[in-house]
Ligand binder design. Structure first.
Ligand SMILES: [Ca+2]
Length: 325
């Protein structure tokens, strides 16, 4: 489906479950830009932050400033859920850099304690919404905890689009200085590894369509290549903001557009090769903790592993077009 203008009101809502990294912010802004560009074919009621790939207070502050800066009608909440294994600090501190972006310096301070807690916000948004598609660009902790407390809300979700896992290529947890080497393995990816129990709960207790965007596809996305294409477009407030975000990680050689690919699955699916249907289960227990394993008894998942024509350039173009023009 290609999104287009609709005059009768929003067809569905997108809720973003973010964990506050640079790429998460880029994803949020892409959703906001697409909402404006498609003349609100979907609602974007909220972003819920999980304390995972971020320093949580700066991530919350940056999100509040961002939604104000971009004049977004989107609520923000920080979840009180806790992951099992935290991301390395070298990644988590990026949220502080976003909070310090010059474009966000004019916005005012907030009373953090008066804000809705993230899981309550997520539950309330689901109660009020019709059909919901969740874009999850961090661990599934917040979503699982909210559904454990409100199982009746699971049916509100038609699709979960999750950046997670590594299927036919190695994972990405080995370079994690804070974690003893014997607890790491070559197969797990961080969004799964950091809370395998939450992912396992979602796999076993839900039946909505689960679309997976593993490292297999996002490994091919290079922010510098995307920025070359974005710079050739007529700049907008969205494209300038994303340029500022990716500048924070421009010298991080292994940085990819992991999370943005998951949003593309809803916003511009025509640039992705059709997903492969597979049954997967979670490996739990050290050795291969967090690995996603093919298993006939596992959960049905639709895996996006390739860009159309094996060419990320069309993805860069489609995302750049949503942010500009
Ligand atoms: Ca993320």
């Amino acid at each position: 489906m290609v999104l287009g203008p609709l005059l009768l009101g929003a067809m569905f809502s997108i809720i973003h479950s973010s964990d506050g990294g640079v790429d998460d912010f880029a994803t949020t802004v892409l959703i906001a830009a697409a909402q404006e560009k498609t003349k609100h074919v979907f609602d974007f009621p909220g972003v819920v932050i999980t304390n995972a790939d971020c320093e949580p207070i700066s991530a919350l502050s940056a999100y509040l400033k961002t939604t104000k800066f971009l004049n977004m009608d989107t609520q923000v909440g920080l979840s009180s859920s806790r992951v099992w294994i935290q991301f390395p600090w070298q990644w988590r501190l990026h949220s502080n850099a976003i909070d310090q972006l010059p474009c966000l310096s004019q916005t005012t301070n907030y009373d953090f304690l008066s804000l809705p807690e993230g899981n309550h916000l997520l539950a309330n948004m689901l109660m009020k919404a019709g059909e919901v598609k969740i874009v999850a660009t961090g661990p599934l902790t917040t979503i699982a905890d909210t559904f454990k407390a409100h199982p009746e809300l699971i049916t509100k979700v038609s699709e979960l689009h999750w950046m997670g896992g590594a299927i036919d290529i190695p994972g990405n947890i080995l370079d994690s200085p804070e974690i003893p080497k014997e607890l790491l393995n070559e197969k797990a990816e961080w969004n799964v590894f950091c809370d395998v129990e939450a992912a396992d709960w979602i796999f076993k207790n839900t039946s909505f369509a689960l679309y997976l965007y593993p490292l297999d596809i996002s490994e091919k996305t290079i922010p510098k290549d995307f920025m070359k294409i974005l710079r050739n477009k007529k700049a907008t407030i969205y494209s300038k903001y994303i340029a500022d975000c990716y500048k924070i990680v421009e010298n991080v050689e292994l940085y990819r557009m992991w999370d943005v690919v998951a949003a593309a699955g809803i916003l511009c699916p025509e640039v992705l090769e059709s997903p492969i249907r597979e049954k997967l289960r979670l490996e739990i227990g050290f050795k291969e903790h967090g690995a996603l394993v093919k298993d006939d008894q596992g959960r049905e998942v639709f895996i996006y592993k390739e860009f159309k024509d094996n060419e990320p350039r069309n993805f860069y173009e489609a995302v750049a077009n949503l942010l500009t023009e």
